[in-house]
Design a protein around this ligand. Sequence first.
Ligand code: CTP
Length: 409
Amino acid sequence: MEPIALLKDKRIVLGVTGSIAVYKAIDLASKLTQAGALVDVMMTEAAQQFVTPLAFQAVTGRAVYTDMWASADSALPTHIAHVALGEGADLLVIAPMTANSIAKLAQGLADDLLSVTALAARCPLVFAPAMDGGMYSHPATQANITTLIERGATLIEPDEGRFASGLVGKGRLPDTPTLIGQIRRALARSGPLAGKRIVVTAGGTREPLDPVRYLTNRSSGKQGYAVAQAALDAGAEVVLISSASLQTPIGAQLVAVDTAQSLHDAVLEHSAGADALVMTAAVADYRPATQAQQKIKKSDGDLSLQLARNPDILLAVKEMAQRPKAVVGFAAESENLLANAQDKLVRKGLDLLVANDISATDAGFASDYNRVTLLGRDGSQTAIDRSSKSAIAEVIVEHLSSLIVKGSA
Ligand code: CTP
């Protein structure tokens, strides 16, 4: 698991309760720790029937709390465990959370470390119910969940599927990436882009030739998805317009497109009045002039293709009445990187341009790494040496934040 800037040194108190899904919480605690968070686990007595505190201690490298009467570790703010755990925590996550624990919290009962801590804590609460059979849909459980939500807690909806009992229904703990995605959303709520709407495009467009063939390019969409995730981590509401088939970051609204024309239409629709548009997509400049209705059959001679120009989306955005407040473009160049990029910045009316040398073999297309230079409208230049696409996305989003929040690059 790669480090996640948003999680670095965040204090997450992870409460685990007595569900068979508690084994999945070991993976969650491990991945959160690998991502950079400081994870303090507290276990109910029932949770310890399924796994031992040692399992959590091994993956977090920190003390695990089980006893309401024991003193807290000296690394925590006070010696009283239930106060110490909640005090200074950035987030309280209860996963898996049984029907009994949900009922206790809804009623404000405080008879074990987890319930006392939940009452004492002042940080946001995220909870992931996990239970078998009809327990989740029972009106009592649903009423208790509603109570917690009304008090400001964030529900991670359980998945549907097969339970340990063999029954099928809704009540399974979601997988770790989903849990981490929701935890990121909760932590991002106070981020610099909270309340801002950012539109991000990603992937290479596909221009059909006939029903089975299309013209495309080597863009994977990874950099665009990383920008979408970084904007989400900064608290933004994100619309991701994409032709790639990658996992949509949790919290992003996906708009699926394929051709340059469909991307153009979606961008004009969704970016009107938005706070920013980040055009990471690799748009095909040309499409087959005609699209054959039937599969093109081969013949003995060569085949010539007539190509027609696609619209330039950023030029269309430049003319919009409700143009986004900040527009970021990318420049994929194989020669004269900075000169060509500077020309695109001016011609396309951009606030920021991310120049990408696609001749490099150790970064760029399809790779998890990139090497870019950011050019600002104000003449600023920031070179970023070979870094992960996530790290580059974070720098882009930082620049974006200063553009739309403070009004300067
Ligand atoms: N772009 C666009 N519409 C197009 C082509 C590109 O909006 N029809 C956007 C891309 O998403 C990118 C920026 O323009 O943010 C630069 O894309 P690039 O392919 O580098 O430049 P082109 O304008 O296509 O110029 P050239 O092919 O001459 O390099």
